[in-house]
Every structure is written in structure tokens, then in C-alpha cells.
Design a protein around this ligand. Structure first.
Ligand code: SF4
Ligand code: MSK
Length: 671
């Protein structure tokens, strides 16, 4: 059964995406947008009411009181489905982290062609956290020890994942008391699968407690170490000028789009594309050079560090190929649609898979190996350049927007106090005074079931008007970038006056781009430092902050949401809940929905809810922030309190005669 066919304007708010959707329709080519119209989600599966964990099923529990053939109840089935999704998300993030740690090990031992340790300061700071000796030691010696420690976290059987001690002390105590400190990253993921095998754990709350443990192993384990190592090897991000949207593709250049997640290959492609031999090779092919851009979180990785433009977010991967201007789309892991290969066959674009874990039938496979990364990167670029001559009709939307990404936790520290007094104090003070009402982390994917980019940007814009500082990662960050919300002045006319004053004083945009989806750990680090700075409680659950994933679709998003809840955050997902199904719509089967909200809140101070209406997401976000402000004894947020201060006030004063300006500024009477 098909849904109503939507117009390009209904499918996306992005004019570049709309242009490509019109092109696709004209060419008779399907995309995720049109396939989504053609496919109504199975209501039983969507609501978590189906189990296929053994060969006696699949069992569909659609009647009140019905159970699976083994006797499993709807609550057990929903809890099992949810933990399996969380475990899959945690596995994806953490396996990325494992590969990063192996690359660090290879670099430390001079076995990784082309890589260097770019951020020795971060290497030393990170090593010190684990008491790895640093004085008098060469960076590679320190890196070798850190790599060994990080690699060991995956296979560790007993004890505690070492990175969990980076959480606030009170949070660690909560985890100890509830028995959810992860022992080893792989162990928790494997145990999630074991517990959900036929005939194992059948108490939904018990299952979901292990979901928390598995997610902590991701957020305070695999993902956190992935971010650490990426920064150590490729540099900790700092603000840099970038661009976003399909208009970054260039008609007169060889366009190579890198897509996926791991920065190891993409960083080397950036380096290779700037070598004289590759530039010369491109010129010999009749192009002016090689133009690199990214999709999804690979885009975020190289945008944050190198200023390489982002061609788009998750739902734009097919649309980039539809321009006809992409010589090669180079993919590694996660969020890569199988449809790319079929779609690319209508054009000249080569889909090049590179990970030993990911092959797609019909794609060209050039396997990446960090030991000879530069050689492989050049080989990939030569393939793309050789393909330039095969280009057909090109249509690149003339739509792009500037942005300033690169707000790592380290840079936020620096921007608030400089090198010698780096601190979160000004941020905490602004929240305490009510200039900033609270903080919202708006993260996650796109989902063609809703209008592309709409939920992200609507929620972002409305919260900015209410003086909520926004931090973003992943595909949501690219959505805001495309709208111009990540540029200082361009975004400031759209925000509340208190927040505007802070942004003007510090010199930041109102929406801070903090990286890829694996970099949500940067947000955990920021929250931890806010707590440690003082004045906003002694644990993350007391900070006036909320996490939102309005257009989520991936299992990784569920793992991120769960580790944020475990850390004390209120997390709101958009779209539909994967655990909302109630046979015959009776109300006594919402055990799982209630447990991940009220139950988890009692245990961790954080809760997870699924809310489809964006206005309700905003209402709940603001209510939560205000509740936390009240609990901290902070003044009530007043929208007009800071309305006439800051640069806005200076602009008003400029209109007045000097004598009146002097009186207003310095209290010196006009005469
Ligand atoms: Fe059905 Fe139980 Fe098998 Fe699931 S585990 S498919 S509920 S019999
Ligand atoms: S890429 S996980 S669609 S954010 Fe990280 Fe984007 Fe979500 Fe993939």
C-alpha cells in the first residue's frame, strides 16, 4: 500500500534537494523520498509488536493479552527489540572507535603511511587522565600506551571501562549503585545479544537495565575514545570557515564525495587531493583540479578540521549523484544506502566501497588499509579523475551556505577565557543569570518519513528565540548549517536577546557545530565540565539541558539517546516510538514506554520520550529547562530582561547625538 505522493516542497524544505527531486522525477529515477511514499511502514513492526528471535515465529502480538509461541509478552518483546537496536548502534560506534585505536597504534609504531600525530597536547592531556607517564617521553611512546589501553577496553572481561571515570563523580556513583558500569565494550554488546536469544532474559526492566550498561559502554567507551583518537591524529577542531549544500559541487572540477563515518580514509583523501601529482593528473584530464566534499558524518569530520565543504546530509547522498557532476562517491561505513549503486548506473558516478566490513554488489571495491593509506587514497582519486571524461548532463543547484564549524570542547574552553584562563565560567554564569535559559543538543539523522530538515530546523529556530543555546552534531548540524544558523551575524537576528548578547560578546554563532554522530561524546564532556565548573548542580541531571533527535532513523541514534539518559539527560526523539505498540490499544501494555521514561528518570535522572509534534517537543524542552532552573534556585527566565543590552543596544545608541550616547553609556549628563 502506498502513501499519498508528496510534492518536492513537501518532501524537503531545502531548495537544493527540491531541485534534485524534480530532476529525479523528470528522469524517472526513484529515491529514498519516493520509496518512502511507496512504502507504508508495517504498523506491527514499527511499534515493536513483532518478534522474530527464533524459528517458531515471527510472532505478531496484535491482540490484548496475546503472547508469542514461547509465551513472551508484548513488554518482553518490545524491551528485547529495543536493546537489540541499542546494541547494534553501540557496536557500530564502538567498532569505529576500535579502528581508530588500531590506527593510533600503527602510527605510534611507524606502520601507518602518511599519518602523523597532529595534536600532541591532546595526546598528553588524554594520557594523563589514565596516569600514563608523559614526562620526558616522545609522543609516539605515549601514543603507543594510550592505544594499548584503548584497544584493551574492547576485550576486557572484568572491572570497569576506564573511560567511565571521566564522568562527574556523582554520576559514577549512580552507575555503581545501579550496577550498570560497563565491564568491557564488546562484552556488553555480546551480552545484549545473549540476553535476547530465545529463552533468556524475560523481565523487561532487567533487559533495559542492560541496555543502559551497553549504551554507557558506547558513550563513555567506544565513541569517546573514537573522538579522542580522531583529535589526536587529525587535530582537535577549532573554528574554520566552511560551506554546506549541493552547490559546493563544481562543474569544472573532478568531484569526489566522501561518505560514511571514519576520518582515517577521508583525511588521507584530503591530503592526497592536494599533492602536485594528483592536481596535475586532474588537469591532464581536462579539469581544473579535484573538488572534495562530504556527505553525512564523514562530511562533519573533514568540515570540522579542514573546512572541506559538506555536500549534504543523510537524505542528500542520492541527490548528490543526481547532479550528474560526481565522478566518485567514496564510502566506508554506516548510513550508506544500497540504492546508491542502482542510482549511479543512470549516471557516470563510480561508487567505491573501501571498508573490509562493507561491500555493495555492483560497486567498485578498493580496500582501505591504514598501513598504505596515502597510496590507496591516490589510487581512488585517479579512478575518479579517469572517470571525468564520462560525464553527461550536469545540473548543480546554485544553493550553498557558509558556516563556521569546529566547536570542540577544547575550543569552547579557549573561546570563553583565552589560553591562560580557559574556563566554562562565563557560560555557567550566563545560564545562572538567565541570559542563556538552558542548552539543547539537537542531533541525529534525517528520515524520509518526515519532511527533510524541517523538524530539525523548526525546533532549532523556536528554541533560539527562547534564549536556548543550541549545540549540534551529525546530520542535524548540516541541516542548520544549510539554513545559515551557524554563522555569527547571519544567525543572530533570529535569537533571543539574552542569548544574542552572549553570542556577540564571545563571538560565536547561536548554534555550535560539535562534530559527527560519534562526537556526541563532546557534548557529554561539555556537560561534565559545566558541572565541574560549579553553580549548575553537581551532576549532569541537574543542568538545564535537553537532548533532541527530531528526525532520527538509525540504531546509533537510539544508543546515543540511551547513553545520554544514563548520563542524566532528558532525551526527546521525534517520529514514532519503536516501543509504542499496544495490542488492541489497551493501556496496560505500555510498560516499556513508561520504564524508559519514568523508570529511568527515577534511576538516572534522565528519561527518553518519543514525541511526534514539534511544538510539543519545544514545550517539553522548555518546561524541563525551567524545572531544572527552579530546582537550582536560579532566577526565572525573563524574555525581555536583556533586550536592550549588548551590540543591539550599541547600534541603537549610534543613532543618537554623542552627548546622549555619553549619558546612556557613562551616566555623564548631556549638559
Ligand atoms: Fe515467537 Fe518467542 Fe520465538 Fe520470539 S522468541 S519468535 S516470541 S517464539
Ligand atoms: S550520519 S547516524 S544519518 S546523524 Fe552520522 Fe547522519 Fe544519523 Fe547517519
Amino acid at each position: 500500500m502506498a502513501r499519498k505522493k508528496r510534492t518536492p516542497e513537501e518532501l524537503s524544505i531545502d531548495p537544493a534537494a527540491q531541485q534534485m527531486l524534480i530532476r529525479a522525477e523528470g528522469l524517472g529515477i526513484g529515491t529514498a523520498f519516493t520509496r518512502s511514499d511507496d512504502m507504508v511502514p508495517c504498523p506491527i513492526g514499527a511499534d515493536g509488536m513483532c518478534c522474530k528471535n527464533c524459528g517458531m515465529g515471527p510472532c505478531r502480538l496484535t491482540k490484548n493479552g496475546s503472547v508469542g509461541i514461547c509465551g513472551a509478552t508484548i513488554d518482553t518483546i518490545q524491551a528485547r527489540n529495543l536493546i537489540r537496536a541499542i546494541a547494534s548502534g553501540a557496536a557500530a560506534h564502538s567498532d569505529h572507535g576500535r579502528d581508530m585505536a588500531f590506527t593510533l597504534k600503527a602510527v605510534a609504531n611507524d606502520e601507518a603511511e602518511g599519518y602523523v600525530i597532529r595534536d600532541v597536547a591532546k595526546l598528553r592531556t588524554t594520557a594523563r587522565l589514565y596516569d600514563i607517564p608523559i614526562e620526558g617521553r616522545a609522543p609516539k611512546e605515549i601514543a603507543n600506551d594510550l592505544a594499548d589501553l584503548y584497544i584493551a577496553q574492547f576485550g576486557q572481561q572484568k572491572g570497569e571501562v576506564a573511560l567511565t571515570k571521566r564522568a562527574p563523580a556523582k554520576r559514577q556513583k549512580v552507575w555503581h549503585e545501579t550496577g550498570v558500569v560497563p565491564r568491557g565494550i564488546d562484552r556488553e554488546v555480546v551480552e545484549s545479544l545473549h540476553r535476547t536469544h530465545i529463552g533468556d532474559d524475560q523481565d523487561p526492566e532487567h533487559i533495559l537495565q542492560h541496555a543502559i550498561r551497553t549504551a554507557i559502554a558506547d558513550g563513555w567507551g567506544g565513541s569517546l575514545l573514537a573522538t579522542d583518537v580522531s583529535d589526536i591524529l587529525f587535530g582537535t577542531p577549532a573554528p574554520v570557515l566552511g560551506q554546506a549544500n549541493l552547490g559546493v559541487l563544481k562543474e569544472n572540477m573532478v568531484n569526489v564525495v566522501v561518505h560514511g563515518h571514519e576520518p582515517t580514509l577521508s583525511e588521507m583523501i584530503v591530503a592526497a587531493s592536494q599533492t602536485p601529482e594528483i592536481i596535475e593528473y586532474a588537469k591532464e584530464a581536462g579539469a581544473e583540479g579535484v573538488n572534495l566534499s562530504g556527505i553525512c558524518c564523514t562530511a562533519n569530520e573533514i568540515l570540522m578540521r579542514q573546512g572541506i565543504p559538506a555536500a549534504g546530509n543523510f537524505l542528500q547522498q542520492e541527490l548528490a549523484i543526481l547532479t550528474g557532476a560526481v565522478e566518485a562517491m567514496v564510502v566506508d561505513v554506516q548510513c550508506i544506502m544500497q540504492a546508491l549503486v542502482g542510482l549511479a548506473s543512470n549516471f557516470h558516478t563510480k561508487i567505491i566501497t573501501t571498508s573490509p566490513k562493507v561491500k555493495i554488489k555492483g560497486a567498485t571495491h578498493i580496500q582501505f588499509d591504514e598501513h598504505k593509506a596515502l597510496t590507496i587514497a591516490k589510487q581512488i582519486l585517479r579512478e575518479a579523475i579517469d572517470n571525468y571524461k564520462n560525464r553527461g548532463d550536469v545540473q548543480i543547484p546554485d544553493v550553498r551556505e557558509d558556516l563556521i564549524p569546529g566547536f570542540s570542547h577544547e575550543y569552547i574552553n579557549y573561546m570563553l577565557g583565552g589560553s591562560y584562563r580557559s574556563s566554562f565560567r562565563p557560560l555557567n554564569d550566563a545560564v545562572m543569570a538567565g541570559r542563556i535559559r538552558g542548552v539543547a543538543a539537537i542531533v541525529g539523522c534525517n528520515n524520509p518519513r518526515s519532511q527533510h530538515d524541517y523538524l530539525h530546523t523548526y525546533v532549532t529556530r523556536e528554541l533560539l528565540k527562547k534564549d536556548v543555546l543550541i549545540v549540534e552534531t551529525g546530520c542535524g548540524a548540516i541541516a542548520s548549517a544549510k539554513l545559515g544558523l551557524m554563522l555569527g551575524e547571519a544567525g543572530l537576528d533570529q535569537v533571543g536577546s539574552g542569548l544574542r548578547e552572549v553570542c556577540e560578546t564571545v563571538g560565536i554563532p547561536p548554534v555550535l557545530h560539535m562534530g559527527s554522530c560519534v562526537d556526541n561524546t563532546r557534548i557529554l564532556t561539555v556537560l561534565t565540565q559545566i558541572v565541574e565548573e560549579g553553580g549548575l548542580g553537581d551532576d549532569i541531571d541537574q543542568v538545564p539541558a535537553v537532548g533532541l533527535a527530531p528526525e532520527w532513523m538509525s540504531e546509533k541514534a537510539l544508543s546515543i539517546g540511551t547513553y545520554c539518559v544514563a548520563s542524566g539527560a532528558y532525551v526527546i526523539f521525534g517520529g514514532t516510538s519503536p516501543v509504542s505498540g499496544m495490542p488492541d490499544k489497551v493501556s496496560d501494555s505500555d510498560v516499556v514506554s513508561r520504564f524508559i521514561s519514568e523508570g529511568w528518570e527515577q534511576l538516572y535522572g534522565g528519561k527518553m520520550e518519543f514525541v511526534s509534534d514539534p511544538d510539543e517537543m519545544i514545550r517539553r524542552t522548555l518546561a524541563h529547562i525551567d524545572k531544572k532552573r527552579t530546582a537550582l534556585g536560579l532566577p526565572e527566565w525573563q524574555p525581555d530582561k536583556y533586550g536592550r543590552s549588548g551590540d543591539a543596544r550599541m547600534l541603537e545608541l549610534e543613532e543618537l547625538p554623542w552627548a546622549e550616547q555619553r549619558e546612556a553609556l557613562y551616566g555623564v549628563p548631556a549638559d
